[in-house]
Ligand binder design. Structure first.
Ligand SMILES: [Zn+2]
Length: 423
């Protein structure tokens, strides 16, 4: 694993001023400072282990609206040994197969047409095109995840997507019919180069589908636990429209989705003066403006609300521990890391965190080494309360756990504020 830390980021100049990674402007304001936190997917190998921490500070550009954190850690360190597998969630699997079915109904694919997915993970989405006989190519830099995708018969290139790779793909395969980039634009340090790569591969008939959680949800839905070092950028319709225009593309339709607690699906094509743009684009841009998404004063009061949510969680953990309840966590994902590290949670408040991923089991959640166990161990250890971290699939998790833990078990979630999860 590469452990180099970028000291002179392309987005921080010699005087420590920040450039916007979207428009390269210098008009950024501080939206939320979470202090120094570990990289969200890095876990401890022992309960006594130490972990490196890096500043995590959300800033917003007033010129293009892009939310962003400084790239203090290289993508190689974050993504080469990525432990997130899309196929572990039935919600995501259904979302992917529904998307493919919808595209097959909506479009006509010719025999030479091909589909590219950037950050194709373990093939969770592209595999749905295979029964239709459509050629698919995945780009997935995490070697361990790409190997799973290849085992499903999906041609997978183990590299980071870039304008250079886009030129190579174009020379090898021609323009794709469709480019899918779900939950990846947020992970790209050089956003301009990524968008230029999309533009390179965008032929006259190419449609680009980009899904990403919206910056609106962080503000309105209190989803500050989706801020982590691997999410360099926080998008909105305003930003995607602006950055597309600057790079020869056009945002022509937006769909608002429920997945991940509120995502947008942005549809892009080659910039064209004469093609009509769907009304969904202007209407969402107006909505973002009316929510004050790019106004400093809103973010000042937001920071205070975040402090209160964190305080509530600490008080709740303390009270439950005093009552002698056995609190477990579920889902040792990045959200859990941001939340628990933000309150510097002590290991004796949460007995253990269960996670279905074998890669995480027997490791320890920083900062103070909470053990990660399997769901089976959770069922054997008889918790009284389970704090669910992936709030975006909390019902799915609660239903599954209740079947195994019995009717007395209580489920909780700390976002948007501390509440009991009823199923
Ligand atoms: Zn900008």
């Amino acid at each position: 694993m590469v452990t180099e830390i970028v000291i002179s980021s392309p987005y921080i100049d010699g005087r420590g001023e920040f450039f916007c990674r979207g428009c390269l402007g210098k008009n950024l304001f501080s939206a939320l400072d979470l202090g120094k936190l570990p990289i969200a997917n890095e876990l401890l190998l022992s309960s006594e282990g130490e972990i490196e921490k890096f500043p995590l500070h959300l800033r917003i550009c007033t010129d293009c609206g892009l939310g962003q954190v400084a790239d203090v850690v290289t993508p190689e360190r974050i993504f080469r040994d990525y432990r997130y597998l899309s196929s572990l969630s039935t919600t995501f699997l259904k979302h992917a197969s529904d998307f493919v079915r919808e595209q097959m109904d909506r479009n006509t694919f010719l025999p030479h047409d091909w589909v590219l997915e950037i950050a194709s993970n373990d093939g969770y989405l592209l595999k749905n095109f295979i029964p239709y006989g459509i050629r698919v190519v995945g780009v997935e830099p995490a070697e361990n995840v790409a190997a799973t995708s290849r085992s499903l018969g999906i041609e997978t290139i183990s590299e980071f997507f870039s304008s250079q790779l886009a030129r190579e793909l174009l020379a090898r395969y021609g323009y794709p019919k469709m480019i899918i980039a779900n939950n990846v634009m947020a992970h790209v340090p050089d956003l301009v180069d990524f968008i230029r790569g999309l533009q390179t591969l965008c032929g006259p008939a190419t449609q680009i589908s980009i899904e990403n959680p919206s910056l609106s949800n962080i503000l309105v839905g209190m989803q500050f636990d989706t801020i982590y070092h691997e999410h360099y950028s926080y998008l909105s319709a305003t930003t995607v429209s602006e950055l597309s225009k600057r790079n020869g593309l056009q945002l022509f339709r937006v769909e608002e989705l429920k997945i991940h607690g509120g995502s947008n699906r942005y549809w892009l094509r080659a910039l064209s003066e004469n093609s009509p743009v769907d009304s969904s684009v202007d209407s969402l841009i107006l909505d973002e403006k009316s929510k004050g998404l790019f106004e400093l004063t809103n973010w000042v009061s937001y920071s205070l609300k975040v402090s209160n949510v964190l305080k509530e969680l600490k008080v709740w953990l303390n009270n439950e521990a005093m009552k002698g309840n056995r609190i477990y966590g579920y889902g040792a994902a990045a959200k859990a890391s941001t939340l628990l590290n933000s309150i510097n949670v002590q290991a004796d408040f949460i007995v253990a965190i269960a996670d279905a991923s074998q890669e995480k089991q027997n490791r320890f959640m920083p900062p103070n080494g909470i053990r990660i166990i399997s769901p089976k161990q959770l069922f054997e250890q008889k918790p009284t309360d389970v704090l669910i971290f992936p709030w975006n699939i909390k019902s799915e998790i609660a239903v599954y756990l209740k079947q195994n833990l019995g009717p007395e078990i209580r489920f909780w979630c700390a976002i948007p504020e501390m509440h009991q999860v009823e199923i």
